[in-house]
Design a protein around this ligand. Structure first.
Ligand code: GRF
Length: 216
């Protein structure tokens, strides 16, 4: 079967990368990882890639004079590996609009909040601080503004009364790991496409169950 060729960009532990690696191991999964790029050397995600016999390349941003030359190297590497879809998975550098526009509608990100709420860092702590009943995570096409772009998939996660930042991070990650392979599958199957500032879905079960927390 035809497989969508992925490039996965990481900066750290790579648990979302692992979820994609595990999904791609199935013969009937419609995508494969061509290359893993880390902007930091010696991170756990690179071990995961090596373990899975993937091509893993460190492009350390500190080795470059400026952001443009760093991103040119990343772009070249992705192109050299025939990447069709770039998955940011815990990649912690902001990308310039030049890079983002080069990969427009072929570049997705996972963010640990229900966007457009809680862009940026420390999302779990900020949600707890605000006392919102739901936290969550979002997969979206990337646009030049940080944590912005057409939303592909979201999980809403109720916050428990005894929730801590650590427990909420862990709980959110379990949903991230379910969603990333599922969202990539939708893209590979041609069921989603960016349309203006939204995503248009085709033959996709959107679900219709609302969640109330606390339960009435
Ligand atoms: C995840 O929470 C992801 O949403 C955010 O960074 C974290 C990366 O975790 N962008 P990992 O490296 O995939 O374990």
């Amino acid at each position: 079967m035809r497989k969508l060729r992925l490039g996965v960009m990481i900066s750290g532990s790579g648990t979302n990368l692992q979820a994609l690696i595990d999904a791609c191991a199935a013969a009937d999964y419609p995508a494969q990882i061509q290359v893993v790029i880390s902007n930091r050397p010696d991170v756990r995600g690179l071990d995961r890639a090596a373990q899975a016999d993937l091509t893993a390349i460190t492009i350390d941003h500190k080795d470059f004079d400026d952001k443009e030359s760093f991103e040119d190297a990343v772009h070249q590497c992705l192109s050299d590996h025939d990447v069709e879809l770039v998955c940011l998975a815990g990649f912690m550098r902001l990308l310039t609009s030049t890079f983002v526009n080069r990969w427009r509608d072929r570049l997705i990100n996972i963010h640990p909040s229900l966007l457009p709420s809680y862009k940026g860092l420390h999302t779990h702590a900020r949600a707890l601080e605000d006392g919102v009943r739901f936290h969550g995570c979002t997969i979206h096409y990337v646009r030049p503004e940080m944590d912005n772009g057409p939303i592909i998939m979201q999980a809403a996660i109720p916050i428990a009364t005894d929730e801590t930042e650590e427990s909420l991070i862990a709980k959110t990650l379990t949903y991230e790991h379910k969603m990333y392979p599922a969202a990539v599958k939708l893209i590979a199957e041609g069921k989603v496409r960016a349309s203006g500032n939204k995503v248009a879905f085709k033959d996709t079960d959107m679900g219709d169950e609302g969640i109330i927390s606390p339960l009435p």
